[in-house]
Design a protein around this ligand. Structure first.
Ligand SMILES: NC(=O)c1ccc[n+]([C@@H]2O[C@H](COP(=O)([O-])OP(=O)(O)OC[C@H]3O[C@@H](n4cnc5c(N)ncnc54)[C@H](O)[C@@H]3O)[C@@H](O)[C@H]2O)c1
Length: 247
């Protein structure tokens, strides 16, 4: 119960990695705002949070839209009373080789993955600054460090999220706020279900631990970074990738 009395916001928490993070933080005692575009699935996450005896608040918001995000943060403060933790997890892919990539695919991915992270960070920092404590975790990707053919937009967005993480970590360290990133490798979720059997088999040969990760593998890293045990860690990128890259 190391997060007892704390309030966490998890974006993209309706399914996949975000849902596993919301559930893990609730198990540690946090109340959770479940933020997503998909309200029906977000309700299922909220039920899982409530079943741990924690308060859950479902908020429909598009992280790419500042007005949605500002209203989301106001609601969390009004209904849950404070904001201690933000996990910027909402993310999308629109894959294609660069010459075939449409500008709208570039913009859609950058708007959600990068601008969404900027918006949510900006929306919670005033409350965290006032209370002189807070923990932010941004979900990046192994692809943001190593690149990946067919994912120029996605890889650029995730590399940028790492730069944003380190900058906000430097700007807000003096206020007692830590900012870290988790960079998952290939994790079994709806996002990777789209991969063909052939691509999946090729991927597995690059993963020393010999399997795709699970959402719980990623949630465990987030849980650590927002815990008191990680109080002296900021600006770090924690890789959760089965050894796929070792940096
Ligand atoms: N699955 C992987 O292998 C993998 C690897 C590395 C990084 N990641 C990252 O982890 C995060 C979660 O991925 P996942 O695999 O669970 O994906 P997912 O597609 O299963 O879930 C993403 C969730 O984000 C929500 N979402 C999408 N756009 C949104 C928006 N504009 N506003 C609010 N919510 C929005 C979706 O509705 C969905 O519930 C993403 O940032 C992704 O880039 C995933």
């Amino acid at each position: 119960m190391m997060l007892q009395g704390k309030v966490a916001i998890v974006t993209g928490a309706a399914q996949g990695i975000g849902r596993a993070i919301a559930e893990a933080l609730a198990r540690d005692g946090a109340d959770v705002a479940v933020v997503d575009l998909d309200v029906a699935r977000a309700q299922e996450t909220a039920q899982a949070v409530s079943s741990q005896g924690r308060r859950a608040l479902v908020i429909k918001a598009n992280v790419a839209e500042w007005a949605d995000v500002a209203a989301m943060a106001d609601r969390v403060l009004a209904e849950l009373g404070r904001i201690d933790i933000l996990v910027n997890n909402a993310g999308i892919t629109r894959d294609g080789l660069l010459l075939r990539m449409k500008e709208e695919d570039w913009n859609a991915v950058l708007d959600v993955n990068l601008k969404g992270t900027f918006h949510c960070t900006k929306a919670v920092l005033p409350a965290m600054t006032k209370q002189r404590s807070g923990a932010l975790v941004n979900i990046a990707s192994v692809v943001g460090v190593m690149g990946n053919a067919g994912q120029a937009n996605y890889a650029a967005s995730k590399a940028a999220v790492i730069g944003l993480t380190k900058t906000v970590a430097r700007e807000y360290a003096s206020r007692g706020i830590t900012v870290n990133a988790v960079a998952p490798g290939f994790i079994g979720t709806a996002m990777t279900d789209k991969l063909s059997g052939e691509v999946r088999a090729a991927l597995l040969t690059q993963i020393p631990l010999g399997r795709l990760g699970t959402p719980d593998d990623v949630a465990a890293a987030v849980r650590f970074l927002v815990s008191p045990a990680a109080a002296y860690i900021t600006g770090h990128v924690l890789h959760v990738n089965g050894g796929m890259i070792m940096v």
